[in-house]
Design a protein around this ligand. Structure first.
Ligand SMILES: Cc1ncc(COP(=O)(O)O)c(C=O)c1O
Length: 403
């Protein structure tokens, strides 16, 4: 191989090299290839609710298109949507939020793009409890920062130990990321934990995209109820099953709103105009649909958790919120990536490898249960014989090794 030419600029940026692939998407994309070959896949790999969005939201979107409402909007979002978000937060959080602090984005992902852009400087450290949503460290690295992972444990219900977070703070710590309810663990952080995290000093980036998706006696605590200095990210994808609409928001500290506005003007201009109309309708008329989905998820959680336990997966406690199970799969193999892709190819079930969520989740698989009963039953029926074969094989190997 010839040596690199020192005068030729590097082809791709160091920044883009710093990102890891999002494995849930890689599973989905391989599944799509298999589907093009005629294979039918049961999809449990993505946080993609198998429910219809609120009918009023789809209607509002279609009506806006019929009215040719297809222009750019105010970069911060149309005022009636910002008002509707603030009003909804007032009810959910129990504290009024000034409309001026709400900025509408293209999904929570764009809210993250803008918020991390505002906060993270080269060399800054950002504390991330782990297992974590795969994109958090990638956002930090993208802006030249350093993600610092703070482990949580299954035995503790994946709850964050604020003392561990406090011990990881250095003069370079810029922010703490918290997602509650969490992807992939489903953990809902108790109010006392949220309070401690908010008091530690570094800015809290609170991803509340699963807020309200809680089971049993659990309750979400919004960082908005604890003060005015957090960046609170949220969106329509999960609670209203509106993933493809790409609509979210950030509620920012007052001092950051102008910066976010300028970032939005340059990076995205605005969220889609007709989709913003759907957002208003979802907030005003979607409560019934959201409640039905939560009820269905409660039932599907039991169906999936019990089915997986029967097959030999380790699940210490039922997930408290969101709509995922992060199950211990070490009985079937320690390399979660290999196992997930093997199950996709052989059982035709899409599942996300635990390693997507950090080393703390290696040996585990994450399953989504915001799905129809039939999808979950099909997945369980397909997994059982393949997993039996895999464990018979590994038992045989262990015996061969004299174990
Ligand atoms: C914790 C978390 N935050 C953000 C997102 C991205 O959401 P959106 O579709 O609003 O961009 C997801 C998607 O799965 C998620 O799980």
């Amino acid at each position: 191989m010839s040596a690199p030419n020192p005068r030729k600029p590097r082809q791709w940026t160091v920044r883009s090299d710093a990102l890891e692939p999002f494995l849930a998407m890689e599973v989905l994309e391989r599944a799509a290839e298999l589907e093009r070959q005629g294979v039918e896949i049961a999809h449990l790999e993505l946080g993609e609710p198998e429910f219809a969005p609120p009918p009023a939201a789809s209607r509002a979107c279609a009506d806006a298109l019929a009215r040719d409402e297809t222009n750019y909007t105010d970069s911060r979002g149309i005022w009636p949507l910002r008002e509707a978000i603030a009003a909804d937060l007032g009810v959910r959080v129990g504290r009024s939020v000034p409309v001026e602090r709400v900025l509408v984005t293209q999904g929570t992902s764009s809210a993250m793009t803008l918020s991390f852009a505002c906060l993270v400087e080269a060399g800054d450290e950002v504390l991330i409890p782990t297992p974590h949503y795969p994109c958090y460290p990638n956002f930090v690295r993208f802006y030249g920062g350093e993600p610092v992972l703070v482990p949580t444990a299954a035995e503790d219900g994946w709850h964050i130990d604020p003392d561990r977070v406090a011990a990881a703070i250095t003069p370079r710590t810029k922010a703490i990321v918290v997602g509650s309810p969490a992807n992939p663990t489903g953990a809902v952080q108790p109010r006392a934990v949220m309070e401690r995290l908010a008091e530690l000093g570094p800015t809290l980036i609170s991803d509340e995209i699963y807020s309200g998706l809680v089971y049993d006696e659990h309750q979400t605590t919004s960082a908005l109820s604890l003060g005015d200095e957090a960046f609170v990210l949220d969106g329509f994808s999960k609670r209203y099953a509106m993933t493809g609409f790409r609509l979210g928001w950030v509620v920012a500290p007052e001092a950051a709103t102008r910066r976010l506005q300028i970032l939005q003007q340059n990076l995205f201009i605005s969220a889609n105009s007709f989709v913003q109309c759907a957002g208003i309708a979802a907030l005003e008329e979607g409560a019934g649909m959201a409640a039905q989905m939560l009820e269905a998820c409660t039932e599907r959680r039991s169906l999936l958790v019990e089915g997986l336990r029967r097959m030999g997966f380790g699940i210490d406690r039922d997930p408290e919120g969101a709509f995922y199970v992060l199950a211990d799969a070490t009985r079937f193999g320690s390399d979660s990536r290999r196992l997930a892709f093997e199950l996709l190819e052989r059982a035709h079930v899409g599942i996300t490898p635990g390693i997507d969520f950090g080393e703390a989740a290696e040996g585990r698989l994450r399953f989504c249960y915001a799905l129809g009963r039939e999808t979950i039953e099909t997945a369980l029926a397909r997994l059982e014989p393949v997993l039996e074969e895999i464990s018979a094989h590994s038992d045989g190997r262990m015996k061969g090794m004299g174990a």
